[in-house]
Ligand binder design. Sequence first.
Ligand code: GDP
Ligand code: MN
Length: 376
Amino acid sequence: MKLHEHESKTLFAANGIPIPRGRIADGARQARAIGRDLGGCVVVKAQVLVGGRGKAGGVKIAVNAREAGKHTTEILALRIAGLAVRKVLVEEAATIRSEIYLGIANDRAARRPVMMASAAGGVDIEQVAAQTPEEILREHIDPFLGLRSFQARNLASGINLPRAHWEEFIHIALGLHQTFVETDATMAEINPLVVTEEEHLLAVDGKMVLDDNALVRHPDLAELRDVDADAGEEVEAREHGLSYVALDGYIGCMVNGAGLAMATMDIIKHFGGEPANFLDVGGGASAEKVASALRIILRDGRVRALLINIFGGITRCDEVARGVLVAMDEVGVRVPMVVRLEGTNEEEGRRLLTESDLITASSLAEAARKAIAAAA
Ligand code: GDP
Ligand code: MN
């Protein structure tokens, strides 16, 4: 689950990271009032759950309260990466001397978190990561020891930060790590962490991603979920108890069990196809669940064929077949469907489907090959 900038920064501040003063507004009037309270130059920032807001016109400096109101009206009318802007953050503007990147994420290959820092922070960090990765320094963190201050010092020295800022930098790095651990985050990032004209470090942007599986431990944070910012399909899937992740390919997959879903995606790729999604209908998938799963998959216009791979255990194949028929009736399936049903009540399941013009397969490999051929 992604957090908004102001939520991330509030969590950072609780661990001693300096952030600009500011508040949230949902209209020009409120933005003007905050601008007046703060006095002087303010920055108005779109609160949407995507990066690159600056480049999309979602971050604007205002010289006074009146201009803050004007920028707010403009920014609230924007769509950034398809997302409507519902709120802005109005903050005291920072005077920036340089922009640093500081972030922490899990390095799965190393099986531990890694803290990353770069002197080339700011809006082009993705380009830096792609083109000059050596400009990003890394320190792996022992999960039992946590981030040690010498590691933060290594980063400060590695990015050639003037010594005068090391103490603040180390304090911020430790605070960021603390926030990451406390909230069960999978990512926490300050980009940019700026050196101000007043020679202090300040977290101007903040971004966090929390581990959905750990949210039960953080009911206060779970409440922050911004449903209209998640992909609509993923929200709908969650409501139906389905686990769905949209991908870039063209073969829709409906599978029961996460492991089997992964294997299905692998085998599609193995035979030269590209899966359009990961979808686990779970155990004991009812007809309604199957129908909603198909609706969700078929809404993706890129899907050119469907592969239904069900291993009947607790899940009964005839129940799944009934769900498929309901969905076909309701949504009007416009692409070829390949079905492999195996296990509990498979004969009954297949019998139910003989009437419809589905392609059947008896092995996973055969199903994948047929789905790829049908999508061509
Ligand atoms: P992002 O584009 O979504 O990452 O949004 P950021 O909050 O990182 O803002 C983008 C860029 O706007 C930053 O890299 C800064 O260069 C600039 N910016 C943001 N806040 C301020 C500020 O308070 N003062 C000044 N001068 N520039 C800012
Ligand atoms: Mn940023």
